[in-house]
Design a protein around this ligand. Structure first.
Ligand SMILES: NC(=O)c1ccc[n+]([C@@H]2O[C@H](COP(=O)([O-])OP(=O)(O)OC[C@H]3O[C@@H](n4cnc5c(N)ncnc54)[C@H](O)[C@@H]3O)[C@@H](O)[C@H]2O)c1
Length: 365
């Protein structure tokens, strides 16, 4: 059934990587390379079934195509998963074996960190392939992308405030931030620097305490976060938190956070709109991390990265404009903007414009 699935999802290539000596079982999914090489992180997770791993890599890689396209990057969408427990199954051999598979794709896929993988694991991948980003600063990399993701989220937030309230004064509003991990803590720091009222929750009590002690946030219970009387709900932990049971409880006017796949399904996205809540589409808002690692391809430069983050503000503005003009929910407007860019840029490559060197390099022998 795999080709039937790929026909539906639109993937170009899926590679199953197996090295029993190194204990490697991984899948690399390349969704779409019309705009450029497929860039997306590698996730290590103890999937209950192989089907779960396939489903995850297909969903995540497709999401990367849309994120890169809507963000104006010359990148396609791809992602990899390694089946295994990040707390028990990591080894040099595993990551080097994986790196060799990445290398075999000759730059069609470029990897980075995702859930379960850190910069030290990437060092091993880097020994076997150049097609890796998110490596340590000592190798010319850009390190942890989370602060950039948080900064980019604030840019998206400002665009949303502008549409909803007619001003971008982040500090005037109140926020319910769900998840104060790598991105969340940086996000609340930026909000508090502007003087905003910030409510936080997290399953990790230490993380909550840090947000309270260091940044003066107010802690609320895990489930209470949906009932907080606030202007903005910011999902910054898990996906699917805007769903049929939580939506009726939300009192916010805007949903804007860094988590991936915030809407449980498309129907919920339509319902959000009907309730007069402005949804800032997740993959457009949280693209700061991808933008940052993408700059490693031509040589990383922090100043360029910060300028690039600002484009998130304008991208969101365009999405809100399309949504208003076409009378469609913002999540559909974002999809439309991404698909139109892939189609129009893809067509540029269609006519053959000749080249100084003959293109056909095969059949030499
Ligand atoms: N790190 C990045 O640069 C980046 C880029 C794009 C998108 N994202 C997305 O942003 C989100 C956060 O990423 P991160 O890197 O900060 O991850 P993280 O693991 O550092 O932080 C997630 C936090 O959420 C908390 N959490 C988990 N379940 C929770 C629950 N039910 N209720 C409340 N808190 C809960 C965790 O304890 C943790 O502190 C994820 O959805 C991720 O996919 C991250």
């Amino acid at each position: 059934m795999i080709f039937e699935t790929l026909a539906k999802t639109g993937h170009e290539e899926v590679v199953f990587c197996h090295n029993p000596d190194a204990g490697l079982k991984a899948i690399i999914a390349i969704h779409n390379t019309v705009l450029g090489p497929a860039l997306g992180g590698t996730r290590m997770w103890p999937y209950a079934t192989e089907q779960d791993a396939v489903d995850d890599v297909l969903r995540l890689s497709r999401g990367m195509t849309y994120k890169a396209a809507v963000s104006g990057l010359n990148l396609g969408g791809g992602k990899a998963v390694i089946i295994g427990d990040p707390n028990k199954d990591k080894s040099e051999a595993l990551f080097r074996a994986f790196g060799r598979f990445v290398n075999s794709l000759n730059g069609r896929y470029i990897t980075a960190e995702d859930v379960g993988i850190d910069v030290n694991d990437m060092e091993y991948v880097f020994r076997e392939t150049e097609f890796v980003t998110g490596v340590h600063q000592v190798h010319g990399g850009s390190g942890d992308p989370s602060p950039f993701t948080a900064y980019g989220t604030v840019q998206g937030l400002m665009a949303a405030l502008n549409v909803k309230f007619g001003n971008e004064d982040v500090g005037r509003y109140s926020y319910a931030v769900q998840g104060v991990g790598h991105v969340g803590i940086e996000f609340v720091k930026l909000l508090r620097e502007k003087g905003a009222k910030v409510f936080v929750t997290d399953i990790n009590k230490d993380a909550v305490q840090r947000a309270v002690d260091e940044y003066g946030c107010e802690a609320v219970g895990l489930d209470e976060i949906y009932d907080v009387d606030c202007d903005v709900y910011s999902p910054t932990a898990l996906g699917g938190t805007v769903n049929a049971s939580t939506l009726p409880r939300l009192k916010c006017k805007i949903i804007c956070g860094a988590a991936n796949n915030q809407l449980a399904n498309d129907e919920i996205g339509v319902e959000v709109e009907k309730r007069g809540i402005l949804y800032a589409p997740d993959y457009a808002v949280n693209a700061g991390g991808l933008m940052n690692v993408s700059l490693e391809i031509d040589g990383y430069n922090r100043e360029r990265a910060m300028r690039m983050m600002r484009t998130i503000y304008y991208n969101l503005g365009r999405i809100f404009e399309i949504s208003k003009r076409e009378g469609i929910p913002t999540f559909r407007a974002a999809d439309r903007m991404a698909e139109e860019r892939i189609t129009s840029i893809g067509k540029l490559k269609l006519p053959h414009l000749g080249s100084a060197r003959p293109q056909f390099m095969g059949r030499k022998g």
